[in-house]
Ligand binder design. Structure first.
Ligand code: ATP
Ligand code: MG
Length: 212
């Protein structure tokens, strides 16, 4: 097994005359938390965009868990285990907090979340109920479970960051990339634990039914 979950080698990306990434090498050890620090415009978001397939690098390679994911489509990469948040707090504004989190499940079980998003008059399936329960448990980790029914468009910046994290986590990714997760937060809030961290969001009694 590759000890690195992510290997970025010689990654370069330019926008016209702007060299946003210049032969970047990064190794992310399995099970570890890494930080990428740089001033505004130094290429952090561009790096995330190249790793997650939103941008095509001009050169270099990216491997996830030993698999070459360079230049693969974003959805393909997401389904193989990289999830991310966006600096601008991207959520679907016309969906509730809970529906946004539910929409983060992998493609194989996405149908129920889409049904929920479009509010079809139907009796919730076992699968949808399981996804909903899991989404609520993950939301509780972020302290946002009390906002499950609010519209995403009504959230403030920091709340959008928390919901994005929950949406990324529900897919049980191998690797999660957080783009400026602490932006807009007071220093006091960053160090504050939110939600109940004693609870395991994935290994409750709904796990088997959520995969059926
Ligand atoms: N789509 C784009 N078209 C043209 N230039 C871009 C594009 N995206 C990024 N850039 C440029 O690439 C450079 C790196 O930008 P990037 O957003 O990756 O930096 P960053 O480290 O994430 O900055 P910040 O801390 O402000 O979020 C900047 O000079 C930026 O203006
Ligand atoms: Mg950025």
């Amino acid at each position: 097994m590759d000890p690195c979950i992510l290997r970025v080698s010689g990654l370069s990306k330019s926008f016209g005359a702007i060299q946003a990434l210049d032969k970047v090498d990064i190794e992310v050890a399995r099970g570890r938390v890494h930080g990428i620090i740089g001033p505004n415009g130094s290429g952090k978001t561009t790096l995330f965009n190249c790793v997650t397939g939103l941008l095509k690098p001009n050169a270099g390679s990216v491997t996830l868990d030993g698999v070459d994911i360079t230049n693969k489509p974003a959805s393909w990469i997401a389904n193989r285990g990289i999830r991310r948040t966006f600096q601008a707090g991207k959520l679907v504004p016309g969906m509730t907090v809970l529906e946004n989190v539910m929409s983060g499940v992998n493609d194989g079980v996405a149908t129920a979340a889409i049904d929920a998003a479009f509010r079809l008059p139907f009796v919730p399936s076992r699968r949808e109920t399981a996804i909903r329960d899991r989404a609520m448990r993950i939301l509780s980790l972020t302290g946002m479970d009390g906002s499950a029914g609010r519209w995403a468009s009504d959230l403030v910046w920091t709340e959008r960051q928390l919901v994005q994290m929950a949406r990324a986590l529900i897919a049980e990714p191998k690797l999660i990339l957080l783009d400026e997760p602490a932006s807009g937060w007071a220093v006091r809030e960053i160090g504050e634990g939110r939600g109940d961290h004693r609870e395991d969001p994935w290994h409750g009694d709904d796990r088997s039914s959520s995969e059926s």
